[in-house]
Write a protein that binds this ligand. Structure first.
Ligand code: AMP
Length: 288
């Protein structure tokens, strides 16, 4: 496994990789969710590039940025064990030597849901992902369903800017209590963690209600919020039912749609979603 820390090193190493090349961008603090992306890339592509960069410009809150878990040594070992060929882990000075000047401005999709809770978040994401795409020139890039809106922002950028690659979305990997794996989960106390399961419990109840014939978006959103409101430690930031691809509001829930929610617990924001519709994600079972 080659570890590139500079732009010159990653460009040089990329030239020698067998194609097709798969890319898995991460912010490190790796868990089984990241590993599912890496495993799928390893199976589908001749070479796998992973990137590790905690991207300040997508954090609205400086405390959230400094508290973000970092464990370079463990991450490198995990990349190696996952069969990654090339890791790109630049410093901020290497990736943004002149600060952030030209940026990607994502459209409407980026200004709702997470975009409202975290203004500027998706511009930061889209800009760094565009830079990483340019530097690594992958044929395929892998992203997780847990960040559903992020996948739609990137899909729109790829389509609008004619970036020549294919996106694959991997189903959300969860712990046995249902909670979506997230690097931020390590910051939760055990009581907070118990409360955090309410988001997925709410989403599951809404899904069951939809299966049983409750199709009004407001009713489904209310089911999720009601479950969360039973946990004094958890606050609902939003629960929205939207078209899965365009993220536009719906008057009736006809697949494909997504129920997406965010909660705040002890100052930590957590997101999760359920997508109803076929073929939009590669289910985790398929990843083995
Ligand atoms: P992050 O390091 O949080 O930026 O995540 C890197 C990639 O892993 C993103 O595409 C995420 O959507 C994906 N990811 C994070 N958590 C999960 C999860 N629980 N299941 C599947 N993918 C995930």
């Amino acid at each position: 496994m080659i570890v590139a820390r500079t732009i010159d090193q990653v460009r040089d190493a990329r030239l020698n990789l067998k194609e097709p090349v798969g890319l898995v961008p991460t912010m490190g603090a790796l868990h089984r969710g990241h590993l599912a992306l890496l495993k799928t890339a390893r199976r589908s592509d001749q070479s796998v590039i992973a990137t590790l960069f905690v991207n300040r410009s997508q954090f609205g809150n400086p405390e959230d940025f400094s508290a973000y878990p970092r464990d370079e040594e463990a991450d490198l070992a995990a990349f190696e064990a996952a069969g990654v060929d090339l890791v790109f882990m630049p410093t901020e000075a290497e990736l943004y030597p002149k600060g952030i000047t030209a940026t990607v401005h994502p459209g409407r999709i980026a200004h709702e849901l997470e975009g409202t809770r975290r203004p500027g978040h998706f511009a930061g994401v889209a800009t760094v992902v565009a830079k990483i795409f340019g530097l690594t020139q992958p044929h395929r890039a892998y992203f997780g369903q847990k960040d559903w809106q992020q996948t739609r922002v990137i899909a729109e950028m790829v389509a609008n800017l004619n970036i020549p690659l294919t996106l694959t979305v991997i189903g959300t990997v969860r712990d046995s209590d249902g909670i979506a794996l997230s690097s931020r989960n390590v910051r939760l106390t055990s009581r907070e963690r118990g409360a955090a399961t309410s988001l997925y419990r709410g989403l599951t109840s809404a899904r069951e209600a939809w299966d049983a014939g409750t199709h009004a978006p407001t009713s489904l959103a209310e089911i999720v919020s009601n479950v969360i409101s039973q946990e004094p430690l958890a606050t609902t930031a939003y629960v929205e039912v939207r078209h899965a691809l365009t993220l536009t509001p719906l008057s009736k829930t006809i697949p494909p749609f997504v129920i997406a929610g965010a909660i705040e617990i002890g100052g930590i924001g957590l997101i999760d979603n359920i997508v109803v519709g076929n073929g939009l994600t590669l289910a985790e079972e398929l990843n083995g």
